[in-house]
Design a protein around this ligand. Sequence first.
Ligand code: OSB
Ligand code: MG
Length: 374
Amino acid sequence: MKIDSITLRELRMPLRYFFETSFGRTEERRVLLITADCEGIEGWAECVAGEGPFFSDEWVETAWATIREFLAPLLIGQSIAHPKDSAALMSHVRGHNMAKAALENSLWDAEAKATKQPLWKLLGGTRSEIDCGVSIGIQNSHEQLLEKIEAELAAGYQRIKVKVKPGWDLEALAKIRKRWPDILLSCDANSAYRPSDLLHLKKFDEFGLLMIEQPLWHDDIFHHAKLQRELKSSICLDESIRHARDAETAIDLGACRIINIKVGRVGGSSEAIAVHDICERNKIPVWCGGMLETGIGRAHNIALSTLTNFRLPGDVSASKRYWTEDIVEPEIEVTSRGTIVVGESAGTGYVPKNDLIGKLTVRKEVIRSRAASV
Ligand code: OSB
Ligand code: MG
């Protein structure tokens, strides 16, 4: 497959409802879309970099500039036998995993279309229905939080994850558990605590949580290992796992019992599969995280979630939770059993709505030629 051009587009899309984590509130997304043109076949993907360098050090502007100046020129004009070969071509650039993932994933979509097979089968997926949970942000009041949870449970979602931070944690969890003693419940701190909070974190154990996600520093594994030895609850790592070697380190040190795989955070679907495989060999269940994606990015998450070791419900939920109108057709829908059913159509099975994408686009650039020197 020859890569002829790469198109970058930035869209502005207001969220239906704000999303707040311990690192801040998002009201409107700056969505970065990548289209790879490979001999007339278009592959689509989304770069999950945020509006600012708060989840990780990448954000929309670094991703755009790194793709434009360095990564796209390494790919354009190249013929590759398989989408995973793009990772080696881009390995000269350190980090910038979200930027790399968007490019690699656009090639996975193109390859699936070129070979007329569903992306989930190309990735090695085995299940045709995936389990879905929701991630619920910090709200203005506990009452609002309980109302949101009630609505998501009524919609059928199999697992509720709530964002926590100091001052929005024990009381919220206690209220949730009082009302719903038996639901699958997790929390995600996005690095809001420190080892000195040990006695406080031990109190989370009484809520029978499925996991506590990323309690300590975003780039730490060592202190999570020490903390895991002190907690009954399972730690799940998100931010700290940037590639398969991090997963190996975390497992070896006992830093977590569960890993969240985000395809953007680890640099693309081939590395996501490598993380998945290491976890599977070590009996560590994984689940697919979300980054407030549109249907384009979400479609890749759905395909990945069909691999065998995605044994826990992911943060892969319906389009209508985020957008008044999503940019794919059909929109992503979740059954009343809290699942997404994957189909047999070639590619992701979700088609970009070109007119709507055109209307929402605030900047666009087509990159056609290789850089003079990289
Ligand atoms: O930590 O999982 C996270 C959203 C933005 C940044 C980080 C995270 C999240 C979510 C949202 O939890 C999951 C979703 O897309 O619904
Ligand atoms: Mg997380």
